[in-house]
Write a protein that binds this ligand. Structure first.
Ligand SMILES: NC(=O)c1ccc[n+]([C@@H]2O[C@H](COP(=O)([O-])OP(=O)(O)OC[C@H]3O[C@@H](n4cnc5c(N)ncnc54)[C@H](OP(=O)(O)O)[C@@H]3O)[C@@H](O)[C@H]2O)c1
Length: 325
């Protein structure tokens, strides 16, 4: 089978491997589509905080068809359409360890076939193509978890137009919330409005975007923060009294938190760790009920996987980047 592997200092490189034989309790998946997430860049470029062995197959997110099953498999049968889970061993509840990550400690989904435990995959929502489904495991579930508890009448602030934030925009609108988004370009702002953002604030031309959001709203109930050290001060500024910041990412650099202001806001800071398989299954029921369609920026053929990473790195995108075939 064809795969792409991490070399550790740049683009992924093509490789050949034998098609795996599913062990007892495993399914063999013919992968049809995968999607990229922010963490995949440092993994392939040798900048990930945990060592990645050369030759590792990257990517946590993939969708495909069950082609064979090992002894004792009962959740799926040959022909079923399945989808990866980001944490392959986290069926319920809180995360206990980060030490089973695709692309780091185990081979991931940038391959034609993968053998995985039947407990580590879920059914593809019926209305979605493989390309659409492959966008869900990391970004969509993270957005879903970050919005937990948000309901009609709440006000939500999102940051940027990447995978997590665009799913958060879709889920927050489904929940009946008013959504504001910060972004870096007028064109992205226009697209975000089309997707349901009621206000867009340009974070480049408005360095005090948190104060601006508070002026517009009187304070937001929830912030999904992806800038971390670079944005947490603005997130606190934007927050209503008693509001919550769901801390998802750390893409920026900066001065960090103003603890006095945080205390004055009576705020809550909650770290997000994607979600469990049962969270994912519940989210997928909602995705199916509302026929939600993921926003795909671009689909690359499998042979052009290195180009997909370059496109992902250049930042001029909105939504998810997918590798199909
Ligand atoms: N904790 C978790 O469970 C979890 C799960 C998934 C992802 N993450 C993390 O969440 C972050 C986003 O992931 P993603 O896959 O959505 O990434 P992505 O698709 O690469 O999104 C990046 C977008 O965010 C905006 N952005 C970049 N730097 C920013 C900054 N300093 N402040 C505000 N906005 C900024 C930009 O949009 P504009 O140009 O529109 O501003 C950019 O296009 C990453 O740090 C990722 O590692 C964490």
């Amino acid at each position: 089978m064809r795969t792409f592997e991490v070399r550790g200092d740049g683009p992924v490189v093509p490789a050949q491997r034998p098609v795996p034989v599913p062990a007892a309790g495993e399914v063999l998946v013919r992968v049809r589509a995968r999607s990229l997430n922010a963490r995949d860049l440092p993994i392939v470029e040798g900048r990930y905080p945990v060592a990645v062995p050369p030759g590792r197959i990257p990517l946590s997110d993939g969708a495909g068809t069950v082609e064979a099953v090992g002894a004792g498999v009962s959740r799926f049968q040959v022909g079923d359409r399945v989808l990866s889970t980001f944490h392959p061993n986290r069926v319920y509840g809180a995360l206990h360890s980060w030490d089973e990550l695709y692309g780091v400690q185990r081979d991931g989904w940038l391959t034609e076939h993968i053998a995985v435990g039947e407990q580590s995959v879920v059914a593809v929502p019926e209305h979605l193509s493989f390309e659409e489904a492959a966008t869900l495991p990391c970004a969509a579930l993270t957005a879903w978890s970050a919005l937990s508890g948000v309901g009609p009448g709440d006000t939500v602030l999102l940051q940027g137009s990447g995978g997590v934030s665009v799913f958060a925009l879709q889920f927050a609108r489904l929940a009946g919330a008013r959504v504001l988004v910060t972004t870096s370009s007028a064109e992205k702002g226009r697209r975000l409005r089309e997707l349901g953002a009621s206000e867009v604030v340009d974070r480049a031309s408005t360095p005090e975007w948190g104060d601006r959001v508070r002026e517009l709203t009187g304070g937001v109930d929830r912030v999904v923060d992806i800038g971390g050290a670079g944005s947490i001060a603005g997130s606190i500024a934007a927050l209503a009294h008693g509001g919550t910041i769901s801390l998802v990412g750390n893409l920026g650099s900066g001065g960090g938190m103003d603890l006095t202001r945080f205390l004055n806001r009576g705020a809550t800071l909650r770290a997000i760790t994607v979600g469990s398989r049962s969270d994912f299954e519940r989210m997928n029921r909602v995705v199916h009920q509302h026929r939600l369609r993921p926003v795909i920026d671009r689909i690359f053929p499998f042979d052009e996987s290195p180009e997909a990473f370059s496109h992902f790195a250049n930042g001029a995108r909105l939504g998810k980047v997918v590798i199909a075939g």
